[in-house]
Design a protein around this ligand. Structure first.
Ligand code: ZN
Length: 327
């Protein structure tokens, strides 16, 4: 499973892009997930790249084995394949803890005992739901153990975010500015329950698994800056990011895991063929003539530059109708 030792750079393979599919087994896959997975897969495959499958299963409160089985089955049904994996993040947590410890020892992270509630109470609420951390625990504790001893409370770790704006290049969205110090403040890399936070695990695994490029939904654009900072701090390479518009409902809300939204398993049960769904997604992703083809058959047609720059608006109630009627 663990490939951290097998990432020797092969000079002949440097030109070959390596991308990843990184689903979380915290629910059933829906249309929005299928579209993100297909775009990521087509983008790599259409340039003869390698695909790594990584199962992001660190959120143990929400992860279920049945979801893992379901997502593997759904991906197979969609016609997606991969050259490496599945790698389960839960199988190699030691490298995340090593990175967190390294940042603590170098003074780039510090223990924090604040609860979510305390942070929320102490800071102005922002419209996007993020509450920037005010740095309350900065400089107070030298280790997790000392924080516990001194306060009787378990501590997590926060990464100390350097002040200032940074500019990032996105292969799809173009160049963008971000100011993580103002927007989120020092952010969590190790939670108080000792679980590794998303930003850190992604950065460590992308490097360990030799990932050059990441295509994902634009809802994750704001986390790119945090990941870029962590890559700098850990001396890891920056991958190329491609953030693509999401599938949304008429109100602009992200279509995913909502009650009104149907899963791929439900589509399959309703008699939809994978080619119908794949071609429907392709037609809304820059391949207007797609009809009845498989994911692999459409690969040569795919060009990320032709993917529309606006969200794909879809009424959740009409998904089945649309996909059936159009094929
Ligand atoms: Zn704190």
């Amino acid at each position: 499973m663990d490939t951290s030792t097998s990432q020797k750079v092969d000079p002949a393979a440097v030109e070959q892009p390596v991308g990843r599919l990184a689903p979380s087994p915290t629910g059933m896959l829906h249309l929005g997930h299928a579209r993100s997975l297909l775009l990521a897969w087509w983008h790599v495959r259409s340039r003869n790249g390698r695909v790594v499958l990584r199962i992001e299963d660190l959120d143990t409160a929400r992860v279920r084995e049945s979801y893992t089985q379901a997502l593997l089955r759904d991906m197979e049904w969609l016609g997606l394949d991969w050259d490496e994996g599945p790698h389960f993040q839960s199988a190699h947590t030691e490298r995340f803890h090593a990175a967190a410890q390294q940042l603590l020892q170098r003074g780039l992270a510090y223990p924090c005992i604040c609860t979510r509630k305390e942070i929320f109470r102490s800071a102005p609420h922002r419209s996007d739901g993020e509450t920037p951390y005010a740095g309350t625990c900065s400089g107070k504790f030298s280790s997790l153990e000392q924080a516990l001893e001194q306060t009787g409370r378990r501590a997590g770790l926060r990464f100390q975010v350097p002040a200032g704006e940074i500019q990032l290049e996105d292969g799809f969205a173009g160049s963008f500015h971000s100011n993580p110090a103002d927007e989120v403040g020092d952010f969590t890399i190790l939670r108080r329950d000792a679980a590794i936070a998303y930003q850190l695990s992604v950065v460590v695994d992308d490097a360990a698994q030799g990932i050059h490029e990441i295509l994902r939904g634009e809802d994750l654009l704001s986390s790119a800056a945090r990941q870029w900072l962590l890559q700098n701090a850990l001396g890891l390479p920056h991958p190329t990011w491609y953030h693509v518009p999401l599938v949304v409902d008429a109100e602009g809300r992200r279509l995913a895991k909502r009650d009104c939204d149907i899963s791929l398993a439900e589509m399959r049960a309703a008699g939809i063929e994978p080619q119908q769904l794949v071609s429907w997604i392709a037609r809304h992703s820059g391949i207007p003539k797609a009809k009845g083809q498989s994911a692999a058959e459409l690969t040569p047609e795919f060009d990320l530059k032709r993917v529309p720059r606006t969200p794909l608006v879809l009424d959740p109630g009409s998904q089945l109708d649309l996909i059936q009627r159009d094929n």
